[in-house]
Design a protein around this ligand. Structure first.
Ligand SMILES: Nc1ncnc2c1ncn2[C@@H]1O[C@H](COP(=O)(O)OP(=O)(O)OP(=O)(O)O)[C@@H](O)[C@H]1O
Ligand SMILES: [Mg+2]
Length: 442
């Protein structure tokens, strides 16, 4: 390459200098050396300008034309530029092909992809978005996506930041079709990608699972009651040799009955979408919880209950009591003798309220906390095995809270204790009818 550069330029400079020298010499012979040199320079300049003009015209031409030059520096420049132009075109074609591949891939997806601007206007969507969300091309390009989806749940979800996916939303044109929504932010300039997926099949399977659990639990109830009834009729004193076995059989049959009851409760909670709107007086609730804790503790723990919010809770009294008492019984069960259990009802920023159960018990290691509300999930250690629980308590708590649009917050430190807080939104909290003052112990 550099050899070529050298060769072309040496030849060009040689020729130019030779031309100028020849012109000067001829001029000197005629007595007009300077004039001859100036004329030669003007010639070189005119030649260069003419070549530049041709190059410019060639660059401007849209059609692919062969370079007008055949040799020399100007031929070199044309050839180089032509190569650049050709490479550029090739790169463009490659990019376009890649873009088409991505686009075809996105169009072939069964899930709806909707590209959104920062202010939720639609930039592009694939054909699945037409099928699942009823979008129409090109009518809906540039339109705000919330106008188009027309579901208050989806609008609220987007307005709330859409951090978590949204499940089980009916499709706009077909109620029996269930959709899930997920929002992904990507790149710069606040671009967002809304993915809508048809989860009808998944929801049907989920329903089959729910029905199966509910039916099996229901079917187990009667045989267990019969077994338990007969076991009760047997008197250990009649056969002292069998007494330990009989006691164990009774314990286990009671436990089985409890599991069945818990599973039925869970099935009922899962099937329900709304709860009663009882007014739950929290003074009374705290008194009951405290009594229950003391009964379970049998004097092994200090139990305190504090009502710091003159407000009632709105929801199902029965379900809420079952959730709270599950937390209280866990606190007693997983706190060694001598520990303290505190139950608080207090306000939460934004007008909501919290019922929290704090203990000074064994605590829960961080890796278990995300899974602890799953059914049958138990932190495996000797104490929880001894305690004879089944791991359904917190699953019940979670479901009850979900039915009340509330959430469960868990904080715990192994060896120090745990805090389980049920956080209710302002819509579930009403000024107390029963009392005006605040801060009295329950
Ligand atoms: N306050 C607590 N302190 C320490 N560990 C706890 C506490 N509450 C729950 N756990 C742990 O979480 C697990 C799950 O609790 P969950 O209430 O769901 O089930 P369980 O108490 O084992 O059985 P049950 O169905 O009878 O309530 C428990 O096995 C226990 O290991
Ligand atoms: Mg429990």
């Amino acid at each position: 390459m550099h050899e070529r550069l050298e060769r072309v330029w040496t030849r060009l400079l040689g020729r130019t200098l030779a031309l100028l020298a020849l012109a000067t010499l001829a001029g000197a012979l005629a007595g007009h050396a300077w004039a001859a040199l100036a004329a030669a320079l003007a010639l070189v300049l005119a030649y260069t300008l003419a070549k530049l003009y041709r190059l410019h015209a060639w660059l401007l031409s849209r059609r692919q034309q062969p370079p007008p030059e055949q040799y020399g520096l100007w031929y070199e420049l044309h050839a180089l530029l032509r190569r650049r132009k050709r490479d550029e075109r090739r790169r463009q074609r490659r990019l376009l092909a890649l873009l088409a591949t991505f686009r075809e891939g996105a169009e072939a997806l069964p899930d709806a992809l909707i590209y959104l601007s920062e202010d939720f206007r639609i930039l592009w969507f694939n054909p699945a978005a037409t099928r699942l969300a009823g979008l129409s091309h090109p009518r809906d390009i540039g339109v705000g996506v919330t106008h188009l989806l027309r579901s208050p749940k989806v609008s609220d979800w987007l307005a709330g930041g859409a951090a978590e996916p949204l499940f089980d939303i009916p499709a706009p044109d077909d109620e029996s079709r269930r959709l899930s929504f997920r929002l992904i932010r990507y790149g710069h300039a606040g671009r967002q990608l809304l993915i809508i997926r048809d989860i009808s099949q998944l929801m049907r399977l989920e329903q089959v699972r729910r029905d199966f659990v509910a039916n099996v639990s229901h079917e187990l109830r009667t045989p267990l009651t019969v077994l338990h009834g007969y076991l009760d009729l047997l008197d250990p004193e009649d056969a002292p040799g069998l007494a330990p076995m009989l006691v164990e059989m009774r314990t286990q049959s009671l436990r089985m009955a409890q599991i069945v009851e818990d599973l039925l409760t869970l099935s009922r909670l899962e099937a329900g979408s709304a709860v009663d709107d009882d007014r739950v007086a929290m003074d009374g609730m705290l008194r009951t919880l405290r009594r229950e804790a003391e009964a379970l503790s049998q004097g092994r723990h200090t139990v305190e209950a504090e009502n710091a919010l003159p407000a009632d809770l709105v929801g199902s009294a029965k379900e809420l009591h079952s959730a709270f008492s599950n937390l209280v019984s866990n606190a007693v069960r997983y706190t060694p003798a001598g520990g303290r259990i505190a139950i608080h009802w207090r306000g939460h920023p934004g007008g909501g309220a919290v019922l929290e159960v704090v203990d000074t018990g064994q605590g829960i290691a961080a890796q278990h906390i995300p899974r602890i509300t799953e059914r049958f999930y138990r932190v495996s250690n000797s104490r929880s095995r001894d305690s004879g629980g089944t791991g359904l308590g917190l699953a019940i708590v979670k479901h009850v809270l979900a039915l009340h649009q509330a959430r469960l917050e868990i904080a715990s430190e192994p060896g120090k204790g745990s805090r389980f807080a049920c956080v209710f939104g302002p819509e579930r909290v009403q000024p107390s009818l029963a009392r005006a003052g605040a801060g009295t112990g329950a």
